[in-house]
Ligand binder design. Structure first.
Ligand SMILES: Cc1ncc(COP(=O)(O)O)c(C=O)c1O
Ligand SMILES: N[C@H](C=O)CCC(=O)O
Length: 426
């Protein structure tokens, strides 16, 4: 047993499944997880001294690569002033101003500690503001683990076989209606069957927890129109797409306005942060201004704000980052598609900007049904082969690959060389 395997055995005695988040247990790829000691640039290093090109990027936050000096130094400076005050700070104002300046259609920001909290709070706000209880989400989209969102969810909930979790009271899930991603008619039908009752439609503008599936032309615009027609709020869950597709996120990238937007990941620079944002009229319904209660002991934590502020400031001052990561996404997908042609491997690769996912299926993947129909056992073999060759992909089919500013042509070439070898074995 190598050191990671030994640590995993120890971990399983004290942590459920040996981990603090299910996907990390590598169950979907049938092996023991790597235990990571450090990360730098495009690489992560494990307890056994092995180095991997990292396409997990902490599930998205590390858009500039790991251990970026600008963020590390901001955190080091912040730590010297104390770890938490439970009181307002200048940095919270600065990061909110920065986000409002970069993202269209948001006038106010409330900081929380995770993407889950951001979505849970945005949904409460939507229900409070509209006086309606029902919500529409999409099968295979993941919005964190609040009760009402663990209904037909994606990500590890799907990979682990529990898209609708045990422990969610019937009452908490009853008002969550499920539609199909890229199928406007399924949304329209639910809105018509529940007239005047749907508080919000929540969507990942790019579905990135069923692998990666982009919105079909007109899908997001159609959701906007349906929400307007039925008086429901449109929530973009931009925990993955926010500050990744573009500085203004999916709203800017696709030119569609959302009423509420949730963020996480990138806005924390690697620290635990989430936020929900929208118009002044909506956000002023939140306590202490309005009747929708939401609070947090560590919300707006000064160290987390320093990391997020440093990362977002860097992104605002270096918009070329987006050209770079999107071009690298396009180059990687092009290289992989050529390999698919050459080797005849039955693989479809979806890509939007710096988000990618391979599906082991011969036909296009544009819906959740298509994604679910791909060969997950083959994905597991692909993952294992790539890891052996020093490339760390998401350890489950229903996740995204993330490209950072730190990935260079050398890493892309090494990734393609590894993929060529692995495709031949599948
Ligand atoms: C789109 C989306 N929303 C919400 C979440 C929940 O965020 P967190 O894991 O920070 O709670 C995630 C990821 O986990 C996500 O990908
Ligand atoms: N798909 C999830 C977030 O985007 C993966 C992170 C996790 O569940 O630990």
């Amino acid at each position: 047993m190598d050191i990671s395997e030994q640590l995993f055995e120890r971990a399983k005695r004290v942590l459920p499944g040996g981990v603090n988040s299910p996907v990390r247990a590598y169950r979907a790829v049938g092996m023991a997880p790597r235990f990571i000691t450090r990360a730098d640039g495009a690489y992560i290093y494990d307890e056994d001294g092995k180095r991997y090109i990292d396409y997990v990027c902490s599930w998205g936050p590390m858009i500039l690569g790991h251990n970026h000096p600008v963020i590390r130094e901001a955190v080091e400076r912040a730590v010297k002033d104390g770890l938490s005050f439970g009181a307002p700070t200048r940095r919270e104002v600065e990061i909110a101003e920065l986000m409002i300046g970069m993202v269209p259609n948001i006038e106010m920001v409330r900081m929380v500690n995770s993407g889950t909290e951001a979505v849970m709070s945005a949904l409460r706000l939507a229900r409070g503001a509209t006086g309606r209880d029902k919500l529409i989400k999409f099968e295979g989209c993941y919005h964190g683990h609040s009760d009402c969102m663990l209904v037909n969810a994606g990500s590890s909930a799907l990979a682990g076989g529990h898209p609708s979790s045990a422990g969610v009271p019937v009452g908490a899930a009853r008002d969550t209606l499920t539609a199909q991603f890229n199928d406007l008619a399924s949304v329209e039908a639910l809105l018509e069957q529940n007239p005047g009752q749907v508080a919000a439609v929540i969507v990942e503008p790019v579905a990135a927890n069923m692998g990666v599936v982009g919105p079909a032309p007109g899908f997001l615009e159609g959701l906007r129109a349906l929400c307007d027609k039925h008086g429901s709020l449109l929530i973009f869950d931009e925990v993955i797409t926010g500050f990744r597709l573009a500085p203004g996120g999916a709203q800017a990238y696709f030119g569609v306005r959302a009423d509420l937007v949730t963020f996480g990941k990138i806005i924390g620079g690697g620290m635990p942060v989430g936020a929900y944002c929208g118009s002044r009229a909506l956000l002023e319904q939140v306590a202490p201004c309005g009747p929708v209660y939401q609070a947090g002991t560590l919300s707006g934590n000064p160290v987390a704000m320093a990391a997020g502020l440093a990362q977002l400031t860097y992104l605002r001052e270096h918009p070329e980052v987006y050209e770079h990561i999107n071009a690298k996404g396009a180059a990687l997908v092009e290289g992989l598609r050529q390999l698919v042609k050459r080797t005849g491997a039955p693989v479809v690769i979806n890509q939007l900007g710096s988000l990618l996912a391979p599906f082991f299926t011969p036909t296009a993947v544009t819906t959740f049904t298509d994604a679910k129909g791909s060969d997950v056992a083959k994905y597991a073999r692909y993952f294992q082969g790539m890891l052996e060759r020093g490339v760390a992909l998401a350890p489950a089919q229903f996740e995204a690959m993330f490209i950072s500013e730190a990935h260079t042509q050398a890493e892309l070439d090494a990734t393609l060389a590894a993929a060529e070898a692995v495709f031949q074995t599948l």
